[in-house]
Ligand binder design. Structure first.
Ligand SMILES: [Zn+2]
Length: 369
């Protein structure tokens, strides 16, 4: 979801943001209620009354979506799953959790909380609409919000990830198969299937001449498809990494630089010749550091003949080495965190090889074929 969003406050310490696309929905909802819904169900009112009701209804829709998301968040916080933020955007709300639920039960309860809140809101507005002696404007408003909240609950209960129902499905599959990745992959596939159905429905609507509704289904379908697809890919990627160690993916034919070489010599005889992005540096057979293109680029070219590799390198330290038995994800995290392209694989003070970002990418690429 690109584009601007603004933080409008905090609820239970969770930043609440509104995405720019939400204002479009707000305007559309207000307009269609003020021009179509309220004039149809309430006769003999002035335009400003219809518009006021439209604005109130749109604000209550905003509140309903927010309360739905808060339902997810409160259960998540009970399970100590931190929430990054709640964002309201064109297709509703989204509570971004910082990490996955610890157990299938927690996943289930976090997912189901939102639709339960929407159903309760729907029932509440239903009661309000049926109150004896309720003014017609309140009845019209309540009936609309009853419908909206019930539709919100039902739509979200569709068992396709990333919808709430898809998370419920994932919780069930996870409990049953004991395999989180498999459960995610399966429910994301169902989510993609549902998204395709929505888009087909949208195309049918457009062809049948119901343009606005059709375009809307197409957009929601496309959004859900993208979300489910990227989840599916992410999980496949994580799965392909599990069980792999640094030792499995390291390169063992290590070419090292002597600390006494000038940078000119290093560039001409090593960087250009081998095409690697960096080399370990040795002095009298002992590993002393690492020299990569990143360090070279920071030094003006005219100084390359005067400076030695030993003077320009990053000295060797705990941060640049890794044990061959460490999981590959640990190596990737470390490289990402320190913005390094490579780590030296060492065991008992001996250099065994190098693990590099491009090496890992190549390895995975070959494995997935
Ligand atoms: Zn939800």
């Amino acid at each position: 979801m690109g584009g601007q969003s603004w933080q409008i406050g905090r609820v239970y310490g969770i930043p609440l943001r509104v995405h720019i696309s939400w204002f479009l929905v707000f305007a559309l909802v207000t307009w269609s209620l003020a021009r179509h819904y309220f004039p149809a169900v309430l006769s003999h009112r002035l335009p400003w009354q219809y518009w006021s009701l439209g604005v109130v209804a749109a604000l209550l829709l905003f509140a309903s979506v927010l309360v739905h998301e808060l339902g997810h968040c409160l259960v998540a916080l009970r399970y100590r799953v931190p929430i990054a933020q709640i964002t309201l955007f064109i297709f509703g709300g989204m509570a971004q959790i910082k990490r996955e639920a610890p157990t299938p039960k927690a996943e289930f309860l976090i997912a189901i909380a939102g639709p339960i809140v929407s159903i309760m809101l729907g029932l509440g507005f239903w009661v309000l609409a049926e109150l004896p002696g309720a003014p017609p404007a309140l009845v019209a408003l309540s009936e609309h919000l009853r419908n909206i909240n019930l539709v919100l609950a039902i739509f979200n209960l569709v068992p396709g990830y990333p919808l709430d129902g898809g998370r419920v499905l994932r919780a069930g599959l996870w409990a049953w198969s004991k395999n989180f990745h498999k459960a995610t992959r399966y429910s994301a596939r169902v989510g993609q299937g549902f998204a395709v159905l929505l888009m087909l429905f949208g195309v049918y609507d457009v062809v049948a001449g119901l343009a606005i509704g059709g375009v809307w289904f197409l957009l929601i379908g496309a959004f859900l498809y993208t979300a489910a697809h990227s989840t599916h890919r992410q999980v496949s990627f994580q799965e392909s990494l599990t069980g792999l160690c640094v030792g499995d993916v390291m390169t063992t034919d290590v070419v090292a630089l002597e600390a006494g070489l000038t940078l000119d010599e290093a560039v001409n005889n090593y960087f250009l010749r081998f095409g690697f992005g960096g080399f370990p540096v040795v002095n009298e057979g002992r590993l002393v550091g690492m020299l990569s293109l990143k360090e070279l680029k920071a030094i003006p070219r005219e100084r390359w003949s005067a400076l030695t590799v030993g003077e320009a390198m990053v000295p060797h330290g705990y941060q640049t080495e890794i044990h061959p038995d460490e999981p590959i994800t640990a190596a990737m995290e470390r490289m990402f965190h320190d913005d390094r392209g490579r780590l030296v694989v060492m065991e008992d003070g001996k250099v065994l090889g190098l693990v590099t970002r491009s090496g890992i990418a190549r390895f995975l690429d070959l494995r997935q074929r």
